[in-house]
Design a protein around this ligand. Structure first.
Ligand code: FMN
Length: 272
């Protein structure tokens, strides 16, 4: 029996995110146990930026539910993450969780490669902003293996499953959790699946999440994408080197340069 962890970022009970998570779980094609956690019901604090979690065998000193969530991730065979789009981005609780990446990344070996599918919900087509890409960034930084990600449309609770195409799409998303990876859609980054691009020069695109690059040509009837390098940011060795090695050298550097940096910072101390 597969253990599925459903993380729901909406406070709305039986809202679109929750019912889509349940429908995706129902679609995996084998027996499962679903543990549903509503992220807004947990206590998650903003990162202190104290870097205490980098000290070996030391945990983040904030007293909240971060390690409870990490344990739930470790225990799961697969993860379904859902968030509504609020103000063109994901619900803030997903960012609070994602911002604790330095503490989480110290345990990346324990959750590396766990399959994950991502469900975004938005009220209006075209108003979904950067929601899905932000959720993709969160999951990739934690080392989860994204099998599918899709934005479902529906403003009213339940509305995201009115349309038969959405019902079909959530089923294929659920099926993907423990099976094949879905086919890439036009315009998506082939490495991380985000659909946000930067264009530093004409005909040159860079994925701001993973660093994938492409040459693009605007043909008469379509855009031709030639992917010229692989975005490496979410590779395990890169993430481990950044979060487990480089950041520690930065802490050491800070101690070495504390006096010099304090001279700059002290100019901005309150005077009264
Ligand atoms: C505070 C707030 C902000 C929202 N902002 C957007 C938005 O920027 N774009 C959009 O398409 N829908 C927006 N919506 C609509 C929700 O994304 C939509 O109703 C979604 O289905 C909610 O998912 P849920 O039922 O899982 O809570 C917003 C809703 C709320 C409550």
């Amino acid at each position: 029996m597969k253990k599925i962890l459903g993380l729901v970022a909406s406070k709305r009970k039986l809202g679109n995110g929750e019912i889509l998570v349940k429908e995706a779980a129902n679609s995996i094609g084998e027996k499962f146990q679903l543990e549903l956690i509503r992220l807004p019901e947990l206590i998650l604090q903003p990162c202190n930026a104290c870097y205490a979690c980098l000290v070996p065998d030391q945990r983040c000193p904030l007293i909240d539910d971060l390690y409870f969530l990490l344990d739930r991730l470790k225990d799961a065979d697969g993860i379904i993450l859902s968030s509504p789009c609020y103000a063109l981005g994901p619900a803030a609780i997903t960012k609070l969780f994602g911002d604790r990446i330095i503490a989480l990344a110290q345990h990346i070996d324990d959750i590396w490669g766990k399959p994950c599918v991502i469900i975004g919900t938005a009220g209006i087509k075209g108003w979904d902003g950067y929601t899905l890409s932000a959720l993709i960034a969160n999951a990739r930084l934690m080392g989860l293996d994204i099998k599918d990600a899709h934005m479902f449309i529906g403003a009213l609770p339940g509305e995201a499953l009115v349309n038969p195409e959405s019902v079909e799409r959530i089923r294929t998303l659920g099926e993907a959790l423990f099976s094949k990876t879905r086919k890439l859609e036009e315009g998506q980054c082939p490495t991380c699946w985000s659909d946000l691009w930067k264009f530093p020069e004409p005909n040159h695109a860079v994925c701001p999440l993973c660093g994938q690059e492409a040459n693009i040509n605007f043909l008469k009837d379509r855009v031709q994408w030639d992917f010229i390098s692989v975005g490496k940011r979410f590779e395990k060795e890169v993430l481990k080197e950044h979060f487990q090695v480089w950041l520690k050298t930065q802490v050491q550097e800070f101690y070495g340069r504390r006096k010099e940096l304090s001279e700059i910072r002290n100019r901005y101390k309150p005077t009264s």
